[in-house]
Design a protein around this ligand. Structure first.
Ligand code: SF4
Length: 224
């Protein structure tokens, strides 16, 4: 229920954890959708309260480890019952020394929850019109004293950045579509994002799947 991550996997976190899984967004590049033939039903929204229970006994997670919650779906999707989200947030708030990282294509759903400072809130911008308001919604929905980040992965088009919202970000991740045979995004798109982030002192993490020549692996400073 907790899966170790690192180089060759999701390298910006230590673990993934999926008490809520499944997704109805229907992105064409979704790795889960490709697995659906082998594992029918994996895209159906599911809640696993037993994962919350088991988490209480997990000794292998160190304080200050990072856990990406919801790598197998979108736990902030419009279809997800509030009770599921509330139970996961309660569990995370009980462990203030661990960092819980959330990522969604529906960042307006962060609004209105009791969020704790050991949680990082992210949204995806893949450069397409589907995600064009996501940064604005993220900034609007999460308090500025919390970590707000954007995953530009997989970059499908060059993102159109609105600097008045971009400058409020605490971290960006840049990555490519990992589907076998997928076209690699141009280096120029990554260079544009890195240069813009540098202008605002925003830390950058470039995933190995982009093939970018420089190794850039920076984390945000935890806000106090
Ligand atoms: S949001 Fe993520 S899990 Fe959902 S369809 Fe898109 S890629 Fe798949």
């Amino acid at each position: 229920m907790l899966n170790k991550q690192g180089p060759g996997k999701i390298d910006w976190t230590d673990w993934t954890w999926n008490p809520v899984s499944g997704c109805l967004h229907g992105c064409e590049y979704c790795y889960m959708r490709r697995m659906e033939k082998r594992f029918p039903g994996i895209m159906e929204p599911k809640f696993r309260p037993e994962y919350l229970e088991k988490f209480k006994q997990v000794r292998k997670v160190k304080p200050s480890d990072k856990i990406f919650v919801g790598s197998s779906g979108d736990m902030w999707g419009k279809w997800v019952p509030g009770k599921w989200i509330g139970e996961v947030l309660n569990e995370c708030a009980l462990r203030p020394r661990i960092i819980f990282q959330f990522l969604t294509k529906n960042p307006s759903n962060y609004h209105g929850w009791a969020l704790s400072e050991n949680m990082w809130f992210g949204t995806t911008d893949d450069g397409t019109s589907r995600t064009e308001n996501n940064i604005f919604e993220l900034i609007r929905s999460v308090y500025p004293h919390m970590i707000r980040f954007v995953s530009f992965e997989p970059l499908i088009k060059k993102p159109l950045l609105n600097l008045t919202t971009f400058k409020h970000l605490d971290w960006i991740i840049i990555g490519a579509d990992s589907t076998r045979g997928a076209k690699k995004p141009p280096m120029e798109w990554a260079e544009y994002l890195i240069a813009t982030a540098r202008n605002f002192n925003i830390p950058v993490w470039v995933k190995d799947n982009y093939g970018y020549p420089d190794r850039i692996k920076e984390f945000p400073e935890v806000k106090k």
